[in-house]
Design a protein around this ligand. Sequence first.
Ligand SMILES: [Zn+2]
Length: 319
Amino acid sequence: MVIYCVGIDLGGTTIKAGIVDEDYRIVKSGAVPTVTDRGAQGLVGDMKELVSSLLEETGISMEEIASVGLGVPGTANKKTGVMEYANNLNMKDEPLIPLLKRYFKKPVSFTNDANAAAWGEYLAGCGKGYASMVMVTLGTGIGGGMILDGKLYEGCNFAAGEFGHFVIQYDGEICNCGRRGCFETYASATGLRRMALKAMKEEEGRRSLLWSLCGQDEDKVDGQKIFEAARRGDLTAESVVERYLYYLSVGITDIINIFQPEVLCIGGGVSRAKDQLLEPLKRLVDQQVYTRDSAVKTEIVIASLGNDAGIIGAAMLDD
Ligand SMILES: [Zn+2]
């Protein structure tokens, strides 16, 4: 009998779930909107229905499911099974795991969504076959996860891997964590956008291609358009991207200096810029990293699984 695992990725706008086989392949996946106003009961009810429909569509029975794993956008206390704090969902202290166990009658485990994605990339994506990997996700904020000696490292309070919140600029831009100059305020998609909007309003920036790419509507400026304008030789966008990459390289170098992982994997929306991001980033890190003369060096790569990483990682969590 083939054994499957279920992975659920609880996000701010959708709940995604997938049935994953022993080779870390998603056999079937689906999604429903995240509705939080009925609390944990409502969320678990929606997860239940989503998984049931996937089982029905594939003809896989509940007996063939070995375990269920969940990634949550908040702190996942593995000891209690409670999602302690989920800023995005505006939820606090929700007993998701006891409720899921009651329904599935299977081993259920969970972790933070960034950890789930890192674990998925480690097992089935760009970290496959390595002993250590750090993943850094460049989205609205910066998240991440780390796998050290084959194990997901979560810290004593399950809050490790907050790579967005070490300071790279003393007394810099205010961060939503309350400190100033955090890596996230410069190297997230939000940081990139802030730098672009500022540059667009300066004298040279008023003639920038970015204005026509966004139809004169600054709300429509995003990472993709900024990289596109730079690719097309727009001087304003080029200088913004250059500054952004420098900030990014400072933080990534710090992370490599601390962990020296075999692989450092970059994910999130900004990573869609692919080589336009990766090649200059590698050069900048090479100039700064402590181990620049070392024979063995961290390989920097772009994440390969996209949104599937969170489902696969959640499905394959250890208890
Ligand atoms: Zn911060």
